[in-house]
Design a protein around this ligand. Structure first.
Ligand code: ADP
Ligand code: MG
Length: 262
């Protein structure tokens, strides 16, 4: 007689559950069988608890997978944000954005401010809320995104790569304006913003350059206004004017460090 034939029905049930990918149920099923046999649980309650636990496991694994796919450099939440330190941040508006209604509407968010004021932190916090709400999010450093598109374009793979950046419900483009993107980069970024605009998919942009000076970033006032036009059409514009959090414990020139310039 083979091992499979000799195995008890309980062992075979556990093996079946494992084969179906239901490891959580497989490991707890012997205990539940005992509870039902002793009359301490009804069959329906036992099945319900087993499936609830399996669903909780699956949801956690899905959340972790979406968080990995979102490519966040680190996780920050709104609970980690010190609102008192940065009073220029409109807390009500940020909390409203965290309800994610702007994603359902396909609106955008632009966070403008000097380095260290919390732009990346807030963009990740909103992105993380979206991941937890089962939305597909992708965080991209602006210059890396542009390099990636240029590389794809050189290999005639631009359409496929564009599709990747187009399809998520929330794209975060971090640090626009820190590094020169060149004319080709500016055109590629315009194409991406334009496609997401046409598809009504939300984008968050963080930048240290006010929108009125994007001509310098894109190397052309025409491209800059075409990008700004699409991004700012339905958009929450958040200007942060405070000090760098990175320098919060550093006193500069013996005063409060207003000119941190990090
Ligand atoms: P920016 O993108 O504007 O340059 P970051 O969001 O990267 O700034 O912030 C720099 C660091 O300071 C990060 O570790 C961030 O979590 C932290 N930080 C910035 N502002 C705050 C704040 N108000 N409360 C808590 N942490 C903050
Ligand atoms: Mg940043």
């Amino acid at each position: 007689m083979s091992a499979a034939v000799q195995a008890s029905p309980l062992n075979r049930l556990a093996a079946n559950l494992e084969e179906l990918g239901l490891e959580g149920m497989a490991s707890s099923v012997p205990e539940y069988v005992r509870l039902v046999a002793d009359g301490r649980k009804s069959l329906v309650d036992a099945m319900l608890e087993l499936t609830d636990a399996q669903i909780a496991l699956k949801r956690r694994a899905d959340d972790e997978r979406r968080t990995r796919m979102a490519n966040f450099p680190y996780i920050k939440t709104l609970a980690d944000f010190d609102w008192g330190f940065q009073p220029s941040v409109p807390r009500g508006l940020v909390e409203q954005l965290a309800t994610l209604e702007f994603i359902d509407r396909g609106d955008n968010v632009v966070l403008v401010g000097s380095p260290g004021v919390g732009k990346t932190h807030l963009s990740i916090a909103i992105g993380h809320e979206a991941v937890m709400a089962r939305k597909q999010v992708y965080f991209a450093d602006c210059s890396r995104l542009v390099e990636d598109l240029k590389h794809a374009s050189a290999k005639e793979a631009l359409t496929r790569r564009m599709r990747f950046y187009e399809h998520c419900s929330l794209l975060i483009i971090d640090e626009l304006g820190y590094l020169d993107i060149g004319k080709e980069g500016a055109d590629l970024l315009f194409q991406l913003v334009n496609r997401r605009y046409a598809l009504k998919r939300s984008t968050i942009v963080t930048t240290n350059v006010p929108v009125g000076r994007w001509g310098d970033v894109f190397g052309s006032n025409v491209t800059a206004s075409a990008v700004a036009d699409r991004l700012c059409h339905h958009c929450a514009m958040i200007k942060i004017t405070g000090r760098s959090y990175r320098l919060k414990d550093v006193s500069i020139g013996g005063e409060d460090g207003k000119e941190d310039g990090a």
